[in-house]
Design a protein around this ligand. Structure first.
Ligand SMILES: CC/C=C\C/C=C\CCC/C=C/CC(=O)SCCNC(=O)CCNC(=O)[C@H](O)C(C)(C)COP(=O)(O)OP(=O)(O)OC[C@H]1O[C@@H](n2cnc3c(N)ncnc32)[C@H](O)[C@@H]1OP(=O)(O)O
Length: 280
């Protein structure tokens, strides 16, 4: 039997996310809680939230608008069952023209810079598998809650014959440290939910989205009495080193991507990997 308290708690978690806010893209759904100002942003690019130029651009625009419209926090999640994000859309990197590859990479860089440096408090509500770029999105938020124990998360690039760019790696180092990052990245490890919790790659593992929303509320509650400017500056300082590297090295990073991704053996590996995914 549901107690009155449980009922009230459930209503307060579920009901307020009622006000929709147009992201300007069918790939991203945004609901703003009109009482708290917290936005829940859900990626919805079927089948697996592959991060292509369009989705990355839509996320970037969404982050900009939420800041401009003075949201008080953001939860980044997915509307696709069992998938947070399958990471970068491999078809964008396979047989791409230099122009398209450059646009793709620059859009990814901008999206990450915006997400990583936003003064808004951010929570990744990880309701599905989060390999590679999916893991990067989650790691760029301030707090990570995974829903259900059947999902995996990690930077598995080496398994595809690629390497995670320096800023992907540094983002992970800032969360689990250099030793564990080196072990994980060199082997392309995808952590189970339990393993991710143990190592600190996720902060909480809960059984339902309701619980995850309650955990997010609790996280945002930490800042109720903290002036936004002080919070934002502190986040800036903590994240400055990782962020500044990309800000200062964007062109170099793009060149490394372009040169590496177009190598014939890398393209061959990507083609085979895509085929293996489609054959499943
Ligand atoms: C040597 C150095 C080279 C370069 C260095 C410099 C920079 C390089 C940049 C490197 C950074 C890379 C970051 C990345 O994010 S790479 C992407 C890595 N992602 C993965 O490995 C995940 C692959 N997908 C899966 O494991 C599963 O799909 C998943 C667990 C997410 C979901 O499984 P499910 O069973 O639900 O779905 P599937 O049947 O597998 O997939 C459905 C369809 O979606 C297609 N798919 C899946 N993932 C991708 C993807 N990442 N990109 C494009 N397409 C994808 C899959 O093929 C299926 O397609 P259809 O059969 O429906 O056509």
């Amino acid at each position: 039997m549901t107690t009155v308290l449980q009922h009230v708690v459930r209503r307060s978690i579920l009901r307020p996310f009622a006000k929709s806010f147009s992201s300007g893209s069918p790939l991203v759904d945004v609901q703003v809680n009109d009482k708290t100002g917290v936005a829940i942003v859900k990626m919805g690019r079927a089948p697996v939230n592959g991060l292509n130029t369009e989705l990355l651009g839509a996320l970037n625009d969404t982050f900009d608008s939420l800041e401009k419209n003075k949201a008080t926090g953001m939860i980044l999640s997915s509307s696709i069952p069992n998938i947070y994000s399958a990471g970068l859309d491999i078809s964008e990197m396979y047989n791409g023209t230099p122009e398209n590859l450059t646009k793709f990479w620059n859009t990814l860089q901008s999206m990450w810079i915006n997400l990583y440096s936003t003064p808004l408090p951010t929570v990744a509500l990880i309701n599905g598998n989060a390999p590679a770029g999916g893991c990067l999105l989650a790691m760029s938020c301030e707090y990570r809650v995974m829903v259900g124990s059947k999902f995996v998360i990690g930077l598995n690039e080496t398994q595809l014959g690629l390497f995670a760019p320096k800023w992907f790696q540094d983002t992970m180092v800032s969360i689990i440290g250099p030793r564990q990052t080196e072990l994980a990245l060199t082997s392309g490890k995808l952590f189970s939910a339990q393993e991710a919790l143990k190592i600190g790659l996720i902060d909480e593992l809960v059984a339902s989205e309701e619980e995850a929303l309650a955990s997010s509320d609790k996280f945002f509650g930490l800042f109720k009495r903290i002036p936004g400017y002080a919070r934002g500056q502190t986040k800036n300082f903590v994240r400055a080193e990782v962020l500044d590297w990309l800000l200062k090295n964007r062109e170099h990073d793009t060149k490394v991507f372009l040169n590496s991704i177009q190598l014939p053996h890398v393209q061959k590996g990507l083609g085979l990997y895509l085929q293996s995914l489609k054959k499943k």
